[in-house]
Write a protein that binds this ligand. Structure first.
Ligand SMILES: C[S@@+](CC[C@H](N)C(=O)[O-])C[C@H]1O[C@@H](n2cnc3c(N)ncnc32)[C@H](O)[C@@H]1O
Length: 343
């Protein structure tokens, strides 16, 4: 178990953080990774599974099971926080959620927070994450209007970990707001990371677990191989990218994340070519199985999202729960780069 807390680096932590919609603590890991002195004073989420995972990694009772709709300015002031980190539910701003925006009840806690912005004078810095597309929403307009009215300046980004050298695509919207001026303000949405955060591109071989019998349970079932492999994005060890992992990974085949074959790309392509020329069903299945295509494990997905190696799931967490909470979470490296703006 890891219970890292930036307060260990400093006698008087400068950043007292309120982590809202805290999930499995992606934001907590991001500020830890940024090296800023901090203390997470309170983390709030209504999902008990996510809270159990959060507490397993950061210590008992760190995340509280409560509803953000009941958060008051008075409570925030009493907590003595000067930083808010948040990634509100994204469903109101996605096709799957029918783009209902502020009319989706799942946006209510975010709208509630917009109403609090001018009543929390001690808060100096707010970092928000959401899906790409949020920038076109009424909720985003409301947020920016309320930020400005409360005396915040802000800067917006759409970034993907792939631009940082991570073999994973996950375009997300970020808004950094603070009460002081930005050293390099931008009226446009920033689309590229600053060069100091860009590392040489990693390959998928850098993040996969060593081949072992334990991984066989992640192999694709025959029916899926036969019917859906053609529409899946298959990574091989030399791949330099993978698709965004969503909370529906392994539940739906299409568009929820890549799968993995340990063969080289040329071996894979050669076998795939044979499959396409084979009419015999038995022979096709034999060839399909020889591709050894499997899902990425939760540990591998966590690595692609740049969670630290000591992050772990409690033993009782099912794979399905792991994929759901990871799909809801954030890329730790990308978010950590945004704390540069705190200075
Ligand atoms: C996009 S996820 C945030 C994930 C988080 N940043 C992480 O790293 O795992 C949104 C989270 O908001 C939580 N949530 C939704 N409505 C809430 C509410 N009214 N009060 C508290 N938490 C809520 C969900 O349970 C979910 O964990």
């Amino acid at each position: 178990m890891s219970a890292t807390d930036g307060s260990q680096c400093s006698q008087t932590p400068e950043y007292h953080v309120l982590e809202l919609f805290s999930g499995i603590g992606g934001m907590h890991y991001a500020i830890e990774r940024s090296g800023k002195p901090y203390k997470v004073v309170s983390a709030i989420d209504i999902n008990p599974v996510a809270n159990t995972i959060y507490n397993h990694n950061f210590g008992e009772n760190k995340a509280s099971n409560s509803n953000i709709l009941s958060l008051t300015p008075d409570r925030i002031q009493k907590l003595g926080v000067n930083v808010i980190l948040m990634s509100p539910p994204c469903q109101p701003f996605t096709r799957n959620g029918n783009f209902k925006d502020v009319d989706d009840r799942r946006a209510d806690p975010f709208v509630h927070l917009c109403d609090l912005l001018d009543k929390i004078p001690t808060v100096q810095f707010i970092l928000l994450e959401n899906v790409k597309g949020f920038e076109r929403s009424q909720a985003c307009e409301l947020y920016k209007t309320r930020l400005a009215a409360a005396g915040f300046q802000f800067k917006e980004y759409i970034l993907s970990p792939h631009d940082f050298g991570v073999p994973n695509t996950r375009h997300r919207y970020y808004c950094v707001a603070k009460r002081t001026a930005f050293s390099n303000p931008s009226a446009e949405i920033v689309l590229k990371p600053s060069s100091r955060h860009v590392a040489p591109g990693k390959r998928i071989s850098d993040i996969v677990e060593p081949e072992s019998e334990k991984l066989s349970r992640y192999l694709l079932k025959d029916d899926l191989l036969r019917k859906r492999l053609a529409i899946m994005d298959v990574c091989t060890p030399d791949s330099t990218n993978s698709m965004c992992f969503t909370k529906a990974y392994t539940h739906y085949a299409e568009g929820t994340g890549s799968v993995y074959s340990p063969l080289t790309r040329s071996e894979f392509d050669e076998i795939y070519r044979q499959i396409e020329c084979t009419e015999d069903d038995g022979e096709r299945m034999k060839l399909l199985k020889s591709l050894k295509v499997r899902y990425f494990t939760p540990t591998e997905v966590a690595r692609l999202m740049c969670f630290p190696e000591d992050f772990e799931f409690p033993k009782q967490t099912t794979d399905k729960q792991c994929y759901r909470v990871l799909g809801n979470s954030i890329n730790v490296l990308v978010v950590s780069s945004l704390f540069d703006e705190m200075d």
